[in-house]
Design a protein around this ligand. Structure first.
Ligand SMILES: Nc1nc2c(ncn2[C@@H]2O[C@H](COP(=O)(O)OP(=O)(O)O)[C@@H](O)[C@H]2O)c(=O)[nH]1
Ligand SMILES: [Mg+2]
Length: 463
């Protein structure tokens, strides 16, 4: 890989994206059915846990009691099931991640970077109405592809030139909590003369400060971070460019012109991703961790809402194949999932879905009612529920081991609002939403992991 920033970008586009694109373009062998399900979401939304638990359920649902994974359409006809990799894609490390969950004590799996995939092959007897002597078993592939939602945050950049993007980003960086987080970067940027001759070291210094700012935002629970690829997946693209509206009109050879050129090169990568990868993923699951943002308060929540809407707009754009910016693409099914539903009591799940609906916006939900389903899901359920009497009233409590602790406690996570609270109403809500250690499950655990509604995601994608 070259050190020159522009050719590093070129490598990224030509190398990994093309490889991924051609892997996705390859149809499955003749006569085999296949469902390719892409799973996305911002960092820590729960993708790795979701894919691990989903694959595990596909591998073991057949012999488990029906209630362990109620929706499983192949139960009666399934002969064998196998785990494979998807040719050409980095493998999703299912076995390692499952081993983390089944360890003693169990741990949440290590994060994965970039895009990866795993294939489950089901061999099915012919349907009962066909004569089994005449028809051979059918093969069905279920592919799961995990990719960072941050890659979808870049869509708006396709319709903004460098000036416009810079202005938007600078304005954002100067407001709310971001103002303090961006101070060091803004101070560095102020020293840069966009009309001076381009100097890679000077640009890298300010660029480094910009990435530091994005990282600080993330640590503070903010999610709308552009460019998304600076913060997620494989190659560290960190110091390529940054917003600088003062660069407007800079002549060629100057620092300002270099920034604009790098921005354009980056946009070509983004466009390529949409054209070659995103447009090929026709069944997608978008995971959103609303609960953590809710606990972090109004600004975090508003920021997650902005990021989530941006992600979802990427899906909207797929419905307009003639849209100037994107190639032909189509979306068959979209499952929108509020994750970690085991962090609240079951009586609150409807409100959690209401909150997700409100975050996506009623117009989006209505326009996509045919393909899209909204669900509250726990891929791996870490809590159980108990009812306790409090002043003669039955109240629901969660039982589980809080993160970093080892003893079981009972908590009340609080009432989840069924829609986004108004700016002034936040103080009226008291949440006690916290992380839990994963449940203790004994290896080998040869049935679906405890979950909430994981099978309904399958149903919403393939029914
Ligand atoms: N209680 C609970 N915690 C979860 C669940 N899914 C994810 N988490 C938590 O969220 C963290 C991030 O999940 P992960 O799947 O790594 O997110 P990713 O970055 O989107 O791949 C995990 O380490 C867990 O602490 C779930 O179903 N239940
Ligand atoms: Mg992950």
């Amino acid at each position: 890989m070259s050190l020159d920033p522009l050719s590093r970008l070129g490598d990224l586009a030509a190398g990994s994206l093309d490889a991924i694109a051609s892997a996705l373009a390859t149809a499955s062998p003749l006569g085999q059915g296949s469902h390719r399900i892409a799973v996305t979401g911002l960092q820590r939304a729960g993708k790795t846990v979701f894919v691990t638990s989903f694959v595990h359920a596909l591998l073991h649902a057949k012999d488990a009691p029906v209630e362990a994974f109620p929706f499983f359409p192949w139960r009666e006809r399934l002969r064998t099931v196998e785990l494979l990799s998807i040719p050409g894609l980095p493998p999703f490390p299912y076995r390692e991640r499952l081993a983390d969950l089944l360890a003693d004590p169990p741990r949440w799996p290590e994060p994965t970077e970039g895009l990866s995939g795993v294939r489950v092959r089901l061999r099915l007897s012919p349907p009962a109405r066909l004569d089994r002597r005449l028809f051979s078993p059918q093969t069905l592939h279920i592919d799961l592809v995990d990719y960072p939602g941050e890659w979808l945050l870049d869509l708006p950049m396709l319709s903004l030139d460098y000036d416009e993007w810079s202005l938007q980003m600078e304005e954002m960086a100067a407001s709310g909590r971001r103002a303090a987080l961006s101070e060091a970067w803004r101070a560095e940027a102020a020293k840069l003369d966009p009309a001076a001759a381009a100097d890679d070291f000077a640009l890298a210094r300010v660029g480094g400060a910009y990435v530091e700012y994005l990282k600080r935002c993330r640590a503070a629970g903010l999610h709308f971070l552009q460019p998304g690829r600076f913060m997620a997946g494989g190659a560290p693209l960190g110091s390529l460019f940054f917003p600088l509206s003062r660069a407007r009109g800079a002549r060629s050879g100057t620092a300002g012109a270099a920034l604009a050129r790098r921005y354009e090169a980056y946009r070509r990568v983004v466009r390529r991703f949409y054209a070659q990868v995103f447009g090929r993923l026709r069944r997608q699951v978008v995971l959103v961790d609303l609960l953590t943002a809710l606990q972090q308060g109004q600004e975090s929540f508003a920021d997650l809402a902005l990021a989530t809407r941006t992600v979802v707009e990427a899906f909207e754009s797929l419905k307009h194949p003639l849209a100037r910016l994107l190639p032909v693409g189509r979306l068959d099914r979209l499952s929108l999932v509020a994750t970690k539903a085991d962090h609240i009591t079951s009586g609150q799940h409807n409100n959690l879905v209401g909150l997700l609906r409100d975050m996506l916006g009623e117009p989006f939900v209505r326009a996509n009612a045919r393909q899209a389903g909204l669900l509250a899901v726990a891929s791996v359920r870490a809590t159980s529920q108990v009812t306790r009497l409090w002043r003669d009233e039955p109240l629901q409590f969660l039982r589980g081991v809080p993160s970093g602790r080892s003893e079981v406690v009972e908590v009340r996570p609080g009432e989840i609002p069924g829609q986004i609270p108004g700016r002034d109403d936040w103080s009226g809500f008291v949440f006690n939403i916290r992380g839990f250690e994963p449940p203790r499950l004994e290896a080998p655990f040869e049935r679906p992991l405890p979950h909430i509604n994981l099978d309904k995601v399958l149903q919403s994608l393939i029914a």
